[in-house]
Design a protein around this ligand. Structure first.
Ligand code: PMP
Length: 407
């Protein structure tokens, strides 16, 4: 059934080879990928490469309409203002916002700044002395530190709030919704969640969180690792904030957004004078979201999950490696089947950074460190392989061959 002549690994023949022509056409649109045939980029969870359409949109904007947005009345200024407003609407639609008239979109430099904006400019207005919030300590520290900062800020004003640890399931690495339901009490006011784990690649099953916490508690979603990789629906997840980085979704670095629903809790109004917006970045985000919609995030998810399963299966046959987080069983009912295109592992005796250097000597670019996990995270460095639509099963097989040679 393969169109590429690859032998099937333990993916049970389920690799979506039907998507190969689609994928090849998309891969060809990434100039940095096609210009470097000897290199393999496997660090998209850190930042993603940009398709020609995004580069072109930035060039077009800067050479035809570059001006400050929200100020001025001449055509370039108007075009820039319209671009920013149009992109806000586009973000809402990309996130399947069911009530776009009752939400706002605030552009940021990325997820870190976005989550901080929620913690700084909205959370304190929600909380009184004795209230509690739930924080996911084993997720990215960008989704831990801002909530602790808010707690400390409030404490300095004499308002003491409790921070409860989000419970996790040890077998699958996603949240333990049943334990969360037991944790939630009459003083729980806010729950911070992550859509896809940036180290384990686990889908955190946020769709179970609303039922666990009831209808009234605001939920914030860190969508840094899901945006552009799979459909992100604020309607389906019933969350109140969705925060993401544009640069992980094929747009320029320094882009991102906070989507905020205005129905649970106080209104989100980003504080202070935010100054000149990153208009070229917004142009890149608009083009990236168009590109992703056209490509189909559901197909991207099928492709990158299949790449991750291929790597997972290959590593299962190499005893020197241990995969972190998601379990290695490939059974159809295993949570690993829902993982995103991220696989993180350690070698029995070769340190992660040494392994990174060895892999780069073979042309593979991967992430090697502690991955900015929160306080409950891994304590030792590891190697993270993360994929996007431009990666191929051939690349995964070549990587496995190199890893196999280091057994
Ligand atoms: N949350 C998660 C889950 C992430 O993976 C990252 C980036 N690795 C961030 C937040 C922070 O994103 P940024 O660096 O774009 O602010």
């Amino acid at each position: 059934m393969t169109t590429t002549g690859l032998r099937d690994r333990g993916d049970g023949g389920t690799f979506p080879y039907d998507l190969s022509p689609w994928q090849q056409a998309l891969r060809a649109q990434f100039p940095i990928i096609t210009a470097h045939p000897g290199l393999t980029y496997l660090d998209s969870a850190a930042t993603a490469q940009k398709p020609e359409a995004v580069l072109h949109a930035v060039h077009t904007y800067l050479t035809t309409a570059n001006a400050n947005a929200g100020r001025g009345t001449y055509p370039w200024a108007n075009a820039s203002t319209e671009l920013v407003e149009r992109t806000r609407a586009q973000v809402k639609s990309f996130l399947s916002d069911p009530e776009p008239d009752r939400s706002t979109v605030h552009f940021t430099s990325g997820t870190s700044e976005g989550l901080r904006a929620v913690a700084r400019d909205w959370l304190p207005d929600l909380l009184s002395d004795g209230d509690e919030i739930v924080v996911p300590y084993a997720d990215h520290q960008a989704n831990v530190l801002p909530w602790l900062e808010a707690r400390d800020l409030l404490a300095a004003r004499g308002i003491r709030i409790g921070v409860r640890e989000m419970p996790y399931q040890t077998s699958s690495g996603d949240y333990d919704a049943a334990a969360l339901a037991r944790l939630v009490g009459p003083r729980t006011r806010f729950v911070a969640t992550t859509h896809v784990h940036h180290v384990y690649g686990a889908d955190m099953n946020v769709h179970r969180i609303r039922a666990a916490v009831g209808p009234d508690i605001p939920i914030c979603l860190d969508a840094a690792q899901s945006i552009g990789h799979q459909p992100v629906s604020v309607a389906a997840l019933d969350v109140d904030f969705a925060v993401f980085s544009g640069h992980k979704a094929l747009a320029l670095p320094g882009t991102g957004a906070v989507w905020a629903r205005q129905t649970r809790g106080p209104r989100f109004t980003p504080g202070g004078w935010s100054g000149t917006p990153n208009t070229a970045g917004v142009a890149s985000l608009a083009a990236a979201l168009d590109w992703l919609r056209e490509a189909g995030t559901d197909r991207i998810a099928r492709w990158t999950t299949a790449l991750a399963l291929r790597l997972t299966d290959g590593l299962r046959h190499l005893p020197a490696y241990r995969i972190l987080g998601c379990q290695t069983s490939l059974a159809q009912d295993s949570p690993v089947q829902h993982r995103a295109g991220i696989v993180t592992f350690r070698h029995r005796s070769i340190g992660a950074s040494d392994l990174g250097f060895i892999l780069f000597s073979h042309g593979f670019m991967v992430r090697t460190d502690g991955h900015c996990q929160g306080a409950a995270g891994e304590k030792t460095s590891s190697v993270r392989v993360s994929t996007h639509v431009y990666n191929t099963p051939e690349e995964i097989d070549r990587l496995l061959a190199v890893l196999g040679g280091l057994e």
